[in-house]
Design a protein around this ligand. Sequence first.
Ligand code: CP
Length: 318
Amino acid sequence: MTNNPQELSTKHILGIKYIQKNDIELIFKTASHFKEVINRPIKKVPSLRDVTIANLFFENSTRTKISFELAEKRLSADVVNFSASGSSVKKGETLLDTVNNILSMKVDMVVMRHPAPGAHHFLAKHIDASIVNAGDGTHEHPTQALLDAFSMQEKIGSLAGKKIAIIGDIKHSRVALSNIYCLQKLGAKVKVCGPPTLIPKHLSELGVEIDYDINRTLRWCDVANILRIQLERQDIKYIPSLREYSQYFGVTKQILDGLQKEIVIMHPGPINRGIEISSDVADSDHSIILQQVENGVAVRMAILYLLASKRGERKLET
Ligand code: CP
């Protein structure tokens, strides 16, 4: 437990499982401040001047990579970007050798996306720099969960007692697991919905309700966070066809119109339009998908700022 409400309890963000409710609340409070900063005509603050951050992406990304880079630049950090494709990883260099070589160039923090679950825990045991998990395989995506919960809270207020449905390919989703941990720490009720083959049975052990009926799930929830089918992670066929998935689990305007209540629609992206969500739902007034992306920059600024503060490398100013 941290005794200082202005300081994170941890020097890394490896997963939501490993942080406390106090940490989440501190990140949200700090993110609200940075959201105000990035809406000013001058969007930059000197908080991380002379701090160097390496963004190491061993897997594809659009939103997370750009969001971290913008967050770092808005904080005046020095930034280096690394992608596995085109690097010496292709020549057989190990993860630890790659990272140690980059760190020897005086890097203070590492933001990393890696396909191997637990890669960040491994690194944290071997290096001194603070590590932020930008996604590890099918395990966790903590900054996505934080920006999702921040966006929900902005839209519907305190999440305590609120009903949040996570719909789609739960089995292969790091967003799902991080969302479950985060929402439960904030007191929300969580239900997951999808085809039985795409919902791991052990989730019920986390206190999550499991439902295979999309209509019942949507009638139940205040917020629906819709996930894509991760075709790139499906080693066997978990669903007969995308057309069938869309027919049984796709969220359409017709279903929402039949609910006779308003729910908030979210999606972490990238969206498969016409499969898990129809375009008229993704682009509707119920959708906060682009607000999620906007909030991602402020939330990541907050995380980097608080980690640098925890490291005590500098007196921080915003
Ligand atoms: N939401 C998300 O992680 O998107 P990217 O894979 O584009 O970073």
